[in-house]
Design a protein. Structure first.
Length: 370
């Protein structure tokens, strides 16, 4: 389960995205075949080493948002070159919550987010089994795979990046809340959206799991690994990226697939990745161009930042004229923005209250000897 975005996201729960509603499929009649996916049309790659193998654990008995701007936003002050078009495809698979104790100083608060838990197993222990299965299938198809921990290299670049997680809840919801979901970053490129769509097709077909009816949350789209406007240790905006919540380890039906049929889970993700790589050239700059992440500031002093796109909703902050803002989406005369600096809040401003700035977006603090 991905760490929460800023605390002001709680009033926005009612605005959960419905990106993937209705993507569920009935379970297949037969187990998934053991044969690897069809190879992609690029040269074979040298496999990277994976962490030591672990035995499979056995568990105990919205509003539709448009990009914030119609024109491309300024380039972030990070490396944004596209990959070598002649090299084998290179995929970054992040194991959610793995090695959280190694988060850098700028992400020190993330060291406490250990994710979901069930029956003596932390989320990362299941995430890594899934990621290693995806890695095995991709490498068999000639794809170079980097298995990444919770900490992402500064300005990480690859043909694509997939963050792998599972969900978990407590109390009465544990018996009812289930399903998978996939989300792109705020300001996602067309490549990120195409990757999400490919996985949204392959995953339910391979696993038989339903989509979470609540869909992806704002927390998922504000995932720290996507937030190059906030952290140096994040994915470059031109790297197609998604986060996948594979199901709920706390729900018995989901758990049976996640723990006991991990190969089906890995197949669902790997086949989506390969389908994307077959259809789209990973170095296509137009596909990889991020959208909607322009810098702005309040157009006047004492501008209210609302919890929802509604003047009757709670006012979270009153913004000063010089408060930097990162715009992430727009809807019906409103802009969804992050404040940019020491304190982070996500909220809504009236469109007339936002002034667009011709400034590059970068994390607000220096890092790593920069």
């Amino acid at each position: 389960m991905a760490p929460n975005a800023p605390r002001s996201l709680l009033p926005l729960v009612a605005l959960l995205f419905t990106l993937l509603a209705g993507c569920g499929a009935p379970p297949p009649a037969d187990p998934i075949a053991a044969a690897p996916p069809s190879p992609v049309s690029r040269p074979a790659a040298t496999a990277t080493a994976s962490p030591p193998q672990r035995p499979s654990p056995t568990p105990a008995p919205s509003a539709t948002l448009a990009p914030a701007t119609a024109t491309p936003a300024p380039t972030l002050a990070l490396a944004t070159a596209t990959p070598d078009p002649d090299a084998p495809p290179r995929v970054g698979l992040q194991v959610g919550h793995w090695k959280i104790e190694e988060h850098p100083e700028e992400q020190i608060r993330l060291r406490k987010f250990s994710g979901a838990y069930y029956g003596g197993y932390d989320e990362w222990e299941l995430n890594i089994l899934i990621a290693e299965e995806v890695q095995r299938l991709l490498e068999a198809a000639g794809v170079t795979v980097e298995l990444l921990p919770a900490t992402v290299p500064v300005g990480y670049q690859a043909d694509l990046f997939v963050s792998i997680h599972v969900d978990g809840v407590t109390g009465d919801q544990a018996a009812t809340r289930r399903g998978w979901k996939v989300a792109t970053p705020f300001g996602a490129s067309r490549a990120s959206e195409a990757l999400a769509a490919a996985i949204a097709t392959s995953y339910p077909a391979a696993t038989g799991l339903p989509a979470d009816p609540q869909g992806p949350s704002y927390d998922m789209r504000a995932y720290y690994a996507f937030a190059a406007y906030r952290y140096w240790h994040s994915v470059a905006p031109t790297t197609p990226a998604v986060i996948v919540e594979c199901g709920f380890m706390t729900h018995p039906a989901d758990r049976e697939v996640l723990f006991e049929q991990t190969e089906r889970v890995g197949t669902g993700i790997a086949e989506g990745i390969l389908a994307y790589l077959q259809e789209y050239h990973p170095a296509d700059p137009d596909m990889r161009e991020p959208r909607g992440l322009a810098m702005g500031r309040p157009a006047a002093a004492d501008v209210p930042l609302y919890a929802r796109a509604d003047v009757s909703s709670a006012v979270q902050l009153t913004l000063d004229r010089d408060q930097p803002l990162v715009q992430v989406a727009r809807a019906d005369g409103w802009r969804l923005v992050f404040t940019h600096g020491d304190g982070w809040e996500l909220g809504w401003l009236r469109e007339s209250d936002v002034e667009i700035l011709d400034e590059a977006i970068a994390p607000p603090h220096p890092c790593c000897g920069e």
